[in-house]
Design a protein around this ligand. Structure first.
Ligand code: APR
Ligand code: ZN
Length: 361
């Protein structure tokens, strides 16, 4: 047993506080990681507020990287000292979806978030956010949640791969399958959307329309590959069509998580095009499509989970893009914070300002 500090939420909607947690020793198949960096993602806010259901009380954080400090019995391929990033959706490689080539839909991936991760001084048992609990000085995770990263990759950059980049770049490359010369609209320019903008540039899209209500995001979006920037509004679809040969974009990628922005993504898309939904919204937020427009526009509306990625295969490809200077990770970090600032950084997400806040340990 050992103690660590972690950002904890005791019940949905309660404040996030840094608390001392007793962690058990690594069990069979588990790995202990000393965290170096962890990004603050909108899903952490959604889980803490109760918008997305999650076992509670919970230790937050699911996008991070660090170094291995202990490995449990039976763990192969990982050693003390290795740099790893955390995969919050580790595939079991045994269920129907894993066998069907859809590891991102693994039926057993969420099991790790239901276990007891650690205990507060008053005996309260904590569950790890999405199985990993990255906002902690140290965390214990299943070995499958670790993806080894070469030692020369700074953990501050590797951390962002674990959620924002796998999700955003993956949505464009794996789910939308954007081809050279196509047009793409990205709605919502947080860490996930800004990664999607880069994914579109890397895929060879020639028209990349970035959409966000926060105008100060224009400069960063353009530097990462956007060719146009728009703020949302009732006539967004008309303005997008104007920039996309009057037809609408081949692909729209929704990175907000609201029915209204999913609707906007759908309406921006050309006849026969594809709208890909990446954002996680509330189960109560209803989307309306009429019975005529679906066949008439012949669009595809598809959901995308974790960038339809397999981190074991996708992380090495993303690292190659990073080394080649194609994928910019450091520009996604708008500020560096301490563990004690996580609660404030989550609240700040409401404003939409900044890209990623990154906790450095
Ligand atoms: N149209 C376009 N963009 C919007 C709108 C809107 N109507 N409303 C908000 N946004 C922008 C915000 O200004 C912000 O820039 O969406 C962005 C969301 O960014 P973050 O809060 O940083 O979210 P992020 O971590 O990128 O996650 C995006 O993906 O994984 C999911 O749960 C996550 O649903 C969330 C989404
Ligand atoms: Zn996330």
């Amino acid at each position: 047993m050992s103690t660590t500090l972690a950002a904890v939420v005791r019940a949905p909607g309660e404040p996030v506080r840094v608390e001392e947690v007793t962690l058990p020793d690594v069990g069979p198949g588990q790995v202990r990681v000393r965290m170096a960096a962890a990004g603050v993602c909108h899903s952490d806010l959604s889980l803490a507020s109760g918008k997305l259901a999650h076992p509670m009380p919970a230790a937050l954080g699911h996008e991070g990287a660090g170094s291995v400090v202990a490995v449990g019995e039976g763990v192969t391929g990982l050693s003390v000292g290795d740099t790893v990033l955390l995969n919050w959706n580790p595939p079991c490689r045994a269920c129907w979806h894993c066998g069907n080539g859809e590891p991102y839909l693994c039926a057993n991936a969420t099991d790790a978030s239901r276990r007891v991760w650690g205990t507060l001084a008053d005996g309260t048992e904590l569950h790890p956010c999405l199985g990993v609990a990255a906002f902690a000085q140290e965390t214990v995770v299943p070995a499958g949640a670790c993806v080894a990263v070469p030692a020369d990759i700074p953990p501050t950059e590797a951390a962002l791969l674990g959620c924002a980049v796998l999700t955003g770049v993956g949505a464009v490359r794996n789910a939308a399958r954007v081809r050279p010369g196509q047009s793409v609209a990205v709605i919502g320019l947080g860490g996930v959307g800004l990664a999607a903008v880069q994914g579109a540039r890397i895929a060879g899209a020639t028209t990349i329309i970035a959409v966000d209500p926060v105008e100060e995001k224009e400069e960063l979006a353009r530097s990462l590959g956007a060719t146009h920037f728009l703020t949302p509004g009732d006539d967004l679809a008309r303005r997008v069509r104007k920039l996309a040969d009057g037809r609408g974009v081949d692909h729209a990628v929704e990175c907000v998580g609201r029915a209204a922005t999913i609707r906007a993504a759908w309406s921006c898309t050309r006849r026969g095009g594809t709208a890909t939904v990446v954002g996680f919204g509330a189960a109560t937020d209803q989307l309306t499509l009429n019975a005529l427009e679906i066949p008439h526009f012949a669009r595809t509306l598809q959901g995308c989970m974790y960038g339809s990625s397999d981190p074991a295969a996708d992380v090495p490809e993303l690292l190659k893009l990073y080394r080649d200077g194609e994928l910019d990770l450091s520009s996604l970090v708008s500020r560096t914070i301490g563990l004690e600032d996580v609660g404030g950084a989550l609240t700040d997400l409401h404003s939409g300002r900044g890209a990623r806040s990154l906790v450095q340990f």
